[in-house]
Design a protein around this ligand. Structure first.
Ligand SMILES: [Zn+2]
Length: 396
């Protein structure tokens, strides 16, 4: 088995390269092409694989097979010599995020003593997991500040190769178990890590490092962050969202939180006054219905049906009727779902819980309650009238 020379190990800025095809194997997606050398980065160590073209053909995937790198294409290529072209915008973005991660992880270790246990470079943002769930907002700010100062100082980021034995003597941020030749990436005077990824050549290339989100779980803290071009795009997006909110409130950006607070308070007040009005209206309606009902053995039974949208009004009215002497409310609500509200003046003659249970036992649905107030629902809509009249027959 041949060994693929990884050109990105020593030059991560190589955008195109010439190589020879050593062999081609079948793959479910087409073919696996093996070259003598490649600048395509295969997914590894949290960094996704490169996109690009080999001999003008779109690359489906790049796979790290240990000694070799496999290039997946939909079909075979003619000839032996090929030219590879890297999707540079994607690669450079990965270089910014990946270098930013080294710096941010080292900053957390230096500023607060937290170690990074894992790293993921996602399509929109990246994450690191720190080895504690007690990472505080001030520590995050301090680490972010330190990381960006290292970016602004534009320190060199260099690559070197060492034997495993030599690496044991060096002070790596995270010890490595790897054997054979080990690739080290150093952010001058700040971080030394074993890494096979692609990085910018000076920290200034990272642009900026911005922590966006914090989640604490299972003894760890997951931090979402963006660097460079992503940070710029997110800042633009934030600005546009905030501007839209400010336009909606006809105010300046800085007043948006205050306006949201104010509107929430107004809505809360409006809700309260609406509830008060609804109760008052139900009281008036109940008084009228009670007045119009006929007294029989000291009771005044009010039977009434409401439309489906009036469930809340129906319930309030039932309660309000029960506040009048001898008042008994048998209220139904049409529509899906149907509802029943039975209420009587406290200590009244009937047991409304029993009345309701017998009614739903006969007509379907379910419900329950106390002696003086019971509610139910789920009856067939065309049975509601019959159910109310049945309930009234149970009262006498
Ligand atoms: Zn790296």
């Amino acid at each position: 088995m041949a060994h693929t020379e990884r050109l990105y190990y020593t030059d991560s800025y190589l955008k195109e390269f010439a190589a020879s095809i050593l062999r081609i194997e079948d793959d479910p997606r087409g073919v696996r092409i093996y070259l003598d050398r490649t600048a395509f980065y295969p997914e590894s160590g949290g960094q996704p694989s490169d996109h690009g073209e080999l001999a003008g053909v779109h690359l489906l995937d790049v796979i790290d097979e240990g000694e070799e790198v496999a290039h997946i294409l939909a079909h075979r290529l003619a000839g032996e010599a090929v030219q590879g072209n890297i999707d540079w915008a994607r690669r450079f973005d990965h270089m910014q995020q990946h270098t930013g991660q080294h710096i941010l992880s080292a900053a957390f270790e230096r500023a607060a003593g937290y170690k990074t246990v894992s790293f993921h470079l996602g399509a929109e943002s990246s994450t690191i997991d720190l080895d504690s769930d007690r990472v505080g907002a001030q520590q995050i700010e301090a680490a972010e500040e330190l990381a960006n100062s290292v970016v602004f100082e534009n320190r060199p980021v260099t690559v070197s190769f060492h034997s495993a034995a030599d690496v044991q003597k060096l002070d790596l941020r995270k010890p490595t178990e790897r054997e054979g030749e080990i690739r080290l990436v150093e952010v001058e005077g700040f971080d030394l890590s074993a890494c096979g990824g692609t990085h910018v050549s000076r920290t200034g290339g990272v642009g900026i490092i911005n922590v966006r989100k914090v989640e604490r779980a299972k003894g760890q803290t997951r931090l979402e962050f963006v660097c460079g071009g992503r940070a710029l795009r997110r800042a633009r997006q934030d600005f546009s969202i905030l501007s839209e909110a400010a336009r909606g409130f006809s105010t300046g950006l800085e007043n948006v939180p205050e306006m949201i607070e104010k509107q929430a308070q107004e809505m809360c007040n409006a809700g309260k006054s609406q509830q008060k009005l609804a109760e008052e209206l139900a009281g008036l309606e109940a008084a009228q219905l009670w007045q119009q009902s006929t007294e029989k053995n000291g009771s005044r039974v009010v039977r009434r049906l409401y439309e489906s949208a009036e469930g809340k009004r129906a319930k309030l009215t039932a309660h309000a009727i029960s506040k009048h002497p001898g008042g008994v409310a048998l209220i139904g609500v049409k529509g899906i779902p149907t509802a029943l509200f039975f209420a009587q003046t406290p200590g009244g003659k009937a047991n409304l819980s029993d009345v309701l249970k017998q009614t739903v036992a006969k007509f379907g649905g379910k419900g329950g309650g106390s002696r003086d107030f019971a509610q139910g629902g789920g009856l067939p809509e065309n049975q509601i009238e019959a159910a109310l009249s049945f309930a009234e027959s149970l009262l006498s």
